[in-house]
Ligand binder design. Structure first.
Ligand code: COA
Length: 191
């Protein structure tokens, strides 16, 4: 008798959890899922303030937001990766900054980050942008052609190691006349 009761409670409990989770996920917007992915991706990152998901929420409603450059990667309909490029000023030019790039831990090292970066570059180029700046892992971004931004005289508004502040030209010579300190959208809180 006790065993039957135990099984019945277990089934009812599981059903309740399942219904609760379904309701929760039904109420979540695409933005909520994106922020969850970003938060989980950065959870174990050493050089992170773990607030990247909050930055995304702010950037999505900022003037720097470019709808076509907010990209998700999906697996079986579930968002597993995200990349965002927003507008920054360098002198009179408008470039883009890549931040953040995030892939859920168990989906990392499968080429998802790479496909998001490459897709973003393609769209940015089609939209006519000259180049992109990024503050991040030198070893990772140099795989895509990023080089220290100092090569073009493009500076970061905060002091960072030269190798970590990088830029890429979206067509040959695009950044040759772009010089100065990057003005980040105020949402980054770094100018
Ligand atoms: C960094 C991150 C986005 C990479 O995504 P990913 O889907 O695992 O990357 P990919 O599988 O596309 O890797 C592409 C290449 O980069 C390499 N790579 C992956 N992570 C790397 C890292 N942290 N540093 C250096 N190289 C890395 C891969 O080995 C692969 O190399 P290959 O093309 O020579 O085989 C992911 O690890 C992540 O979300 N990390 C936490 C958040 C973060 O650090 N974001 C970046 C902020 S700068």
């Amino acid at each position: 008798m006790n065993v039957i009761l135990g099984i019945a409670f277990f089934i009812l409990g599981s059903l309740a959890v399942y219904i609760f989770q379904r309701k929760k996920y039904k109420k979540m917007t695409e933005e909520d899922f994106v922020c969850e992915v970003v938060q989980k991706a950065f959870i174990r990152e050493k050089f992170s303030d773990h607030n990247e998901h909050k930055l995304v929420r702010e950037l999505l409603k900022s003037d720097a937001f470019v709808k076509d450059l907010s990209l998700t990667a999906k697996f079986k309909g579930m968002i597993v990766g995200y990349i965002l490029f927003t507008k920054v000023k360098v002198g009179n030019d408008t470039l883009l900054t890549l931040a953040p790039l995030a892939v859920l831990p168990r989906f990392q090292k499968k080429g998802i980050g790479k496909s998001l970066v490459e897709k973003g570059h393609k769209i940015a180029k089609e939209l006519g942008y000259k180049g992109i700046v990024v503050l991040g892992h030198a070893d990772y971004y140099k795989k895509f052609g990023y080089e220290p931004a100092s090569k073009w005289g493009i500076k970061c508004p905060i002091e960072v190691p030269d190798e970590n502040f990088m830029a890429i030209e979206l067509y040959p010579g695009a950044l040759s006349n772009v010089k100065g300190t990057v003005e980040y959208p105020k949402e980054f809180g770094i100018n």
